[in-house]
Design a protein around this ligand. Structure first.
Ligand SMILES: *Cc1c(COP(=O)(O)O)cnc(C)c1O
Length: 384
C-alpha cells in the first residue's frame, strides 16, 4: 500500500548535489583542462582544508576510508602476532584492515546507549601484544576519546580513529580525527562529506607519520622506481577532490541540517519512546554529534515487523548492522571470532536506521513519525 505522495527515502543524495551542479561542473572542467588527474592542486588544497578543519597539521588523501585504515596499520608496522582492539558493531572495513595485514582483531563490546565502543572493555582487553586500538565514531558520534586515549597513552599504544562516518564531529570540543595517531575519513557518497565515487583521507598530527603514510600510499616508492617498503596504490584523484572541495564549503551547513532533523525526530517520536516501545538515539553530553545516522532501537522483537510496515508505507529504513563482524562468514573458523558480545548482539537485533540527510523535510519526518505511531496503534489493537 505504498502511497507515492507520502514516501520518504532513507537517503536522497541528489537533493544535496543538485543545487551545486554548476559549481561541480566548473570545478570538474578545471580538472579536465589542467590534465592533472592525479596529484592536482585540488587534492593538496582539500588536504589542507581537512587538516585545518580537523585541527591537525597534516592530512593525506587516499582512495577510500577502508584504505585509510589499512594504510594506518601498515605505516605503524602492525602485522602477524600483533593484536588490535576494535568493536564488532561496525562496518566490516574497521576490522578487515586488521586481518589484511595479518594481525589479530580483539573484539570488544559497545555501550548500549551510544552504540560506541566501551572504554572499560578496551582496558580489560589490553595485553602485551596490543599494538593498536581502533575506536569507531559510529553514526556521527565520537567514542569516549578522552578515556580511550588516556588508557592507550599509559601503555604507549597508538590509536587509529575510524572517523569514516563522523567528519566534523568532536569530543570535548576536540575534532574527530585529531585524537589518535591517525584519523581516518571516508568520502563515500553516503557519508557526511560524500563525493561522487570513492575517496578517503587520513588526519595526522605527526609530520613524520604523515610522510610514512604517503610513502605507503604510493607503492613505497621514493624516489621514482626505488621502493623502500611494500606499499599499495591508493590515491584520491583530482576529480573527487574537486567535487569534495565544493561540498566541503557547505559541510557546516549540512551538519546543522542533520542536527536540526535529529532534534525534530526526538520531539516527534517522544511519545512512542515514552511508552518504551522504541528507544531514541542518545547523544553523549561530551560529544558534538553530526548525525550521519538516526538510529532507534525497536524493543520486543518487533524490529523486522516494523521495518516491513514502514517499507509498505513508503518509508525507507536500513539496518546498520544486521550481523556483527565477529559473526561474519569469512571469520567463522577464526579463534578470534569466538567471543561473547551481548550488547553488540542486542544492538544488531534491535537497531533501525531512519531516513536522515540534511535536506529531509519537516513534513517527511512527520510522515515517518505518523507511520511509526500507526504501527504501534495497530499492533496494540491486535495484541488486545
Ligand atoms: C564507510 C566506512 C568505512 C569505509 O569507508 P570506504 O570509503 O567506504 O572504504 C569504514 N568504517 C566505517 C565505520 C564506515 O562507515
Amino acid at each position: 500500500m505504498s502511497d507515492g505522495s507520502s514516501s520518504v527515502p532513507l537517503l536522497d543524495v541528489a537533493r544535496g548535489n543538485d543545487p551545486l551542479r554548476d559549481a561541480f561542473m566548473e570545478a570538474l572542467e578545471q580538472v579536465v583542462d589542467s590534465g592533472r588527474f592525479l596529484f592536482g592542486p585540488d587534492v593538496a588544497h582539500l588536504e589542507q582544508e581537512v587538516a585545518a578543519f580537523s585541527q591537525v597539521d597534516n592530512a593525506v588523501g587516499c582512495a577510500s576510508g577502508s584504505d585509510a585504515l589499512l594504510l594506518a596499520l601498515m605505516a605503524l608496522d602492525i602485522g602477524p602476532g600483533d593484536e588490535v582492539i576494535v568493536p564488532s558493531f561496525t562496518f566490516f572495513a574497521s576490522v578487515s584492515c586488521i586481518t589484511r595485514v595479518g594481525a589479530t582483531p580483539v573484539f570488544v563490546d559497545i555501550c548500549p546507549d551510544t552504540f560506541n565502543v566501551d572504554p572499560a572493555a578496551i582496558e580489560a582487553a589490553i595485553t602485551d601484544n596490543t599494538k593498536a586500538i581502533i575506536p569507531v565514531h559510529l553514526f556521527g558520534q565520537c567514542a569516549a576519546m578522552d578515556r580511550i586515549c588516556r588508557i592507550a597513552a599509559q601503555r604507549d599504544i597508538p590509536v587509529i580513529e575510524d572517523a569514516c562516518q563522523s567528519i566534523g564531529a568532536a569530543y570535548h570540543s576536540r575534532p574527530a580525527g585529531s585524537w589518535g595517531q591517525v584519523g581516518c575519513f571516508s568520502f563515500y557518497p553516503t557519508k557526511n562529506l560524500g563525493g561522487m565515487g570513492d575517496g578517503g583521507m587520513m588526519a595526522v598530527r605527526d609530520a613524520g607519520l604523515a610522510d610514512r603514510l604517503r610513502l605507503f600510499a604510493g607503492h613505497g616508492m621514493r624516489p621514482r622506481y626505488y621502493h623502500q617498503v611494500v606499499g599499495i596504490n591508493s590515491r584520491l584523484d583530482s576529480f573527487q577532490a574537486a567535487v569534495l572541495r565544493v561540498k566541503f564549503q557547505r559541510l557546516p551547513e549540512a551538519i546543522a541540517g542533520r542536527q536540526e532533523n535529529a532534534a525534530r525526530y526526538d520531539r516527534l517520536l517522544a511519545d512512542v519512546a515514552d511508552d518504551g516501545r522504541i528507544a531514541l538515539p542518545q547523544a553523549d553530553p561530551d560529544a558534538y554529534h553530526v548525525w550521519n545516522q538516526y538510529s532507534i532501537r525497536v524493543r520486543d522483537g518487533q524490529r523486522d515487523e516494523l521495518r516491513a510496515f514502514l517499507g509498505e508505507h513508503g518509508v525507507g529504513t536500513e539496518i546498520y548492522y544486521p550481523i556483527p563482524v565477529h559473526k561474519q562468514q569469512c571469520y567463522r573458523d577464526e579463534p578470534f571470532a569466538r567471543v561473547s558480545l551481548p550488547e553488540t548482539d542486542a544492538a544488531c537485533a534491535e537497531i533501525l536506521n531512519l531516513p536522515m540527510f540534511p535536506e529531509l523535510t519537516e513534513q517527511e519526518q512527520e510522515t515517518v513519525a505518523e507511520k511509526l505511531q500507526q504501527f504501534y496503534a495497530q499492533s496494540s489493537r491486535s495484541a488486545a
